[in-house]
Design a protein. Structure first.
Lengths: 142, 171
């Protein structure tokens, strides 16, 4: 076998293991350690834990909704630093939004997350309900 | 069309002049043998042993079993289930608390999900309280002192599993 072909085969074989290391490995680990316990592995949620799968992208349709994703206590008070929290939020949005994200995705930056998490929500359910109602009336008016 | 005929004829003749059946068999054989030997390489072996496939040693009915490093409750392995499954008649809680444990058999750290089994009164067998990494109740996602039978039809706690979620990320 030619050395070039052997090298190409070796590279193809090792790519999947290389891909699981690096930042993608870290962001999945951060989700597992900080979110998955309640939100479940695929973001389905359970009981009183809201379903993110197929829904979470809706919140990006308004500024209040975007802020909600960072100010919700599970995000704002998590042990993750701003950079890692932004990475987890962006991963959740790209992984779980499905058809619920109908506008171009503007990723969270560490700076934005650091600023918004200074004001964690106190009345989470009320705020979420208001955000969703406002979004619903916006879509009806369009 | 004549051009195409000439081209194919020319190429076929060139191929016939510069290659042999033995040569083709040699190349095919090398490919088959080479392909079959790839899983023996260290890279492939490392990939095969990744998440969810730790080297297993130890007794899952003992508190010392590696996956139980942060457990606080009755072992399902002693209650008619296993470290991965609930006993018959109970329901596994989808909401769970998650930590990491070091596996001495392969020297790696794994993410462990302590899913409680719910719907029956406490099992009462093999009570283990290792609590490594347990945090006070003001960190509700990292404390094992609360009833994790959440999201199930019954909140009655029976026993705990310890399921390997994946490989822990090392900085």
């Amino acid at each position: 076998m030619k050395p070039g072909l052997l090298l190409a085969l070796l590279l193809c074989w090792s790519l999947p293991s290389l891909a699981t290391t690096g930042n993608s490995g870290r962001v999945v680990f951060d989700y597992q350690m900080n979110c998955q316990g309640c939100h479940t592995p695929d973001g389905s949620g359970a009981g009183s834990v809201p379903r993110m799968k197929g829904h979470v992208g809706i919140f990006l349709q308004s500024q209040e909704g975007r802020e909600y994703l960072v100010r919700v206590p599970g995000s704002a008070t998590s042990a993750l630093n701003d950079e890692r929290l932004a990475a987890v939020l962006n991963w959740i949005l790209t992984e779980f939004s499905g058809d619920s994200m109908n506008s171009p995705f503007k990723a969270f930056s560490a700076e934005e997350v650091g600023r918004l998490r200074q004001s964690p929500l106190k009345e989470v359910e009320q705020y979420r309900l208001k955000v969703l109602r406002d979004l619903s009336s916006m879509s009806m008016n369009e | 069309m004549k051009f195409l005929d000439q081209l194919f004829e020319q190429r076929s003749r060139q191929l016939a002049q510069h290659s042999s059946r033995r040569g083709m068999l040699k190349g095919l054989g090398a490919l088959l043998v080479g392909g079959a030997s790839i899983p023996l390489l260290p890279v492939a072996r490392a990939a095969a042993q990744s998440p969810g496939r730790p080297v297993e040693e130890g007794d899952p009915s003992s508190c010392d079993y590696w996956r139980y490093c942060a457990i606080d409750g009755f072992l399902c392995d002693c209650c008619g289930g296993t470290a991965n499954t609930c006993p018959p008649g109970t329901e596994m809680s989808p909401v769970t608390w998650i930590g990491t444990c070091h596996n001495p058999a392969d020297g790696r750290n794994y993410v462990i999900s302590y899913n409680d089994c719910c719907g029956k009164s406490s099992c009462g067998a093999c009570l283990c309280m290792r609590d490594e990494g347990d945090r006070p109740i003001y960190r509700p996602d990292k404390t094992n002192d609360i009833n994790w039978c959440l999201g199930t039809s019954s909140a009655a706690y029976h026993c705990s599993t310890a399921i390997v979620v994946g490989l822990a990320f090392e900085e």
